[in-house]
Write a protein that binds this ligand. Structure first.
Ligand code: UDX
Length: 477
């Protein structure tokens, strides 16, 4: 037998340089290390710098001698915000700068040291359509990792069909009109639940172009990993398998990671911002299920007016609140003199505001009784596991449909998309944490149990991860 083939497979993992994707793909990387794979984890310089600065990943991964980090440029200056509307600039920069460097890095064989075999499999973010050509060039398998929600991904896969059927671009401006040709979502999917770029549906929109390209490449890959569990989205996954037969549903990854490592959530952080852990002590001092946690993730940006509407709604609800206000999540600066005194007073009495929180630990704290979220997929999954009812204020991409699923399909909370009004914020918080609390808590507990079961031995995600690892071994021969 060729001596190289007796070495363990060498997987190159390349996440989209954003908090959610980096977080869950690092967890997958560690699960693969536990199973004795060689793993090279490729970050952009920007992400790598932040990860090393704010976490202990470097020392955490030293226990895996076959793991290493590698970094690559993304073509943007260090102080570029890489969020909100500027997200597409990041994608353009990667296309122009990262793609050629990535091709050179992988095809030259420079990624491997003498002690390991060359890369035998690539796991890349689903948006990296360029990875397909590179894998093909050196004759190795490519598995995409789709870090957005499967319900969002399924809509993206149906975009050509929507265009063909004349449902896109929208005719007229009724955003409540139903969408009929996304199989599995007939009856409840409205125009407003589609990704925000569908509202303009300009064929020159970079996101539309990106998604159409992604659709083509996804169907050519050897497999697609998704961060979900069969029990949450079973019928939808059956539809998706008609286009991508080799689908691996291995989530919720953060719980799967914990289950296989046998550790508590407090042990790990993959944060790209410094976590302010003081909020944990604040939470510990609050009564059971009394606090609403507010966070809009790493990319969403709210205007000053929206900030004030949220703030009034929170204070007027009379509830305790823990609010993550990441630097960059508010468009422009707001000075203290622009803040009404009743908000400052209400926050002093009942609020805690931090720049970045240890979110998994926060959601697991018994004081949390609700989550006001942007419906990013990682946040949604983390919350499903924590069993906390949600009020959703989606910003873009899959978040629009995630919030529809939370409200209409899973019935885990409320969807406040396209509104940002203090009266509605107050009403939703009260509905979530008082009027319909038992109903939402009951559903949330049920779903949380199913999620945990799926990653325990013999569960659906547990078996799917074993199958993924076995398939990679076979493909790497
Ligand atoms: C992006 C997209 O916005 C989202 O639609 C898509 O589903 C995934 O990629 P992002 O904005 O980063 O995600 O949101 P999300 O997917 O929810 O990930 C945020 C991550 O940051 C979560 O893992 C969360 O635990 C973490 N986080 C957030 C913190 O650790 N601390 C915080 O204070 C806030």
């Amino acid at each position: 037998m060729d001596s190289q083939k007796t070495l363990s497979p060498h997987i190159l993992i390349f996440p989209l340089p954003l908090q959610g994707p980096v977080n869950c793909m690092l967890k997958l990387a560690e699960l693969l290390c536990l199973a004795d794979f060689h793993v090279t984890f490729l970050n952009t310089d920007h992400v790598q710098h932040r990860l090393l600065r704010y976490t202990d990943v470097q020392s955490r991964f030293t226990r895996y001698p076959k793991f290493r980090f590698q970094a690559i440029g993304d073509g943007l200056s260090e102080d570029h915000p890489r969020s909100g509307d500027l997200f597409t600039e990041m994608v353009d920069g990667m296309e122009a700068v990262t793609y050629p460097n990535f091709t050179e890095m992988v095809t030259s064989g420079n990624l491997s040291s003498k002690s390991e075999q060359p890369v035998t499999c690539i796991i890349a973010d689903g948006l990296f359509s360029f990875a397909g050509g590179v894998a093909q060039q050196i004759g190795i398998p490519l598995i995409y990792f789709e870090t957005i929600s499967p319900c969002g991904l399924w809509i993206h896969l149906c975009v050509p069909k929507l265009i063909e059927a004349g449902e896109l671009p929208f005719k007229g401006d009724d955003l409540d009109a139903r969408i009929t040709c996304v199989p599995g979502m007939e009856g409840f999917l409205r125009r407003r639940d589609l990704s925000s770029f569908c509202r303009s549906c300009d064929p020159t929109d970079p996101l539309i172009k990106l998604i159409l390209k992604e659709n083509q490449e996804l169907q050519k890959a050897q497999g697609v990993i998704i961060n979900t569990f069969e029990e949450l989205e079973g019928p939808l996954l059956s539809h998706m398998r008609s286009l991508c037969p080799n689908l691996y549903a291995i989530g919720p990854l953060h719980t799967h990671h914990r289950a296989r490592l046998g550790t508590s959530h407090a042990t790990f952080s993959n944060s790209l911002w410094e976590e302010d852990k003081s909020c944990l002590a604040w939470l510990d001092a609050q009564p059971l299920k009394s606090v609403i946690f507010v966070s809009i993730g790493s990319l969403a940006v709210m205007t000053k007016d929206q900030l004030l509407e949220f703030w009034h709604g929170l204070v007027n609800s009379g509830k305790l609140f823990l609010w993550v206000r990441q630097h960059g999540s508010i468009a422009g600066d707001i000075t203290e003199s622009q803040i009404p005194v009743e908000l400052l007073e209400g926050t002093r009495k009942r609020g805690c505001i931090v720049g970045w929180a240890p979110q998994e630990e926060v959601l697991a704290n018994p004081a949390i009784g609700g989550f006001l979220t942007h419906s990013g997929w990682n946040s949604t999954l983390e919350n499903i596991v924590a069993g906390v009812p949600m009020a959703c204020w989606p910003y873009f991409v899959d978040q629009q449909v995630n919030s529809r699923f939370v409200g209409e399909v899973w019935k885990l909370g409320l969807d406040m998309k396209d509104t940002c009004d203090r009266v509605i914020v107050e009403k939703m918080i009260k509905e979530l944490m008082e009027e319909r609390k038992d109903e939402f808590m009951g559903r949330a507990n049920q779903m949380s149990k199913l999620a945990r079961k799926s990653v325990s031995e013999g569960g659906s995600s547990f078996c799917n991860l074993d199958r993924l690892m076995e398939d990679i071994r076979v493909m790497s021969l």
